[in-house]
Design a protein around this ligand. Sequence first.
Ligand code: UDP
Ligand code: MG
Length: 138
Amino acid sequence: MERTLSIIKPDGVRRGLIGEVIKRLEAEEIKIVAMKMIHMTKKEAQGFYAVHKEKPFFDSLTDFMTSGPIVVMVLQGEDVIARYRKLMGATNYKEAEPGTIRADFATDIEKNVVHGSDAPETAAIEIKYFFSELEIVG
Ligand code: UDP
Ligand code: MG
């Protein structure tokens, strides 16, 4: 049993895609065990994306991630990290498989609608960044 952190990014929330993303999770029978809407500060976004702090896109990415509210969720299930990454599609929407969230809705390599943890270690860190154990059901 795994857990992963999912984020509907500011572009997804702005464009009315919360329901669309959740619909796709539920269609795959991926269980949501925590969920809330927040609006990150620049500092919070920099902390969340600390692994990318040396990247050229870091400043723009953290500006984007603070440009509006986001929906953060914890997903739980067998192999959920890989299953959710598959639903999301590749980081670059131009390379994402047809039918994935990013292929269908991303408008830019940065504005790609969703985030998902990439490994059990990062999932654990990312979930803790937003949720206490008390906020997670199941
Ligand atoms: N990103 C970007 N330019 C790039 C690569 C990534 O703006 O060249 C953004 C994009 O929003 C991506 C996020 O930075 O989702 C984190 O990058 P990562 O490589 O971890 O991609 P992900 O795990 O989200 O697929
Ligand atoms: Mg990543």
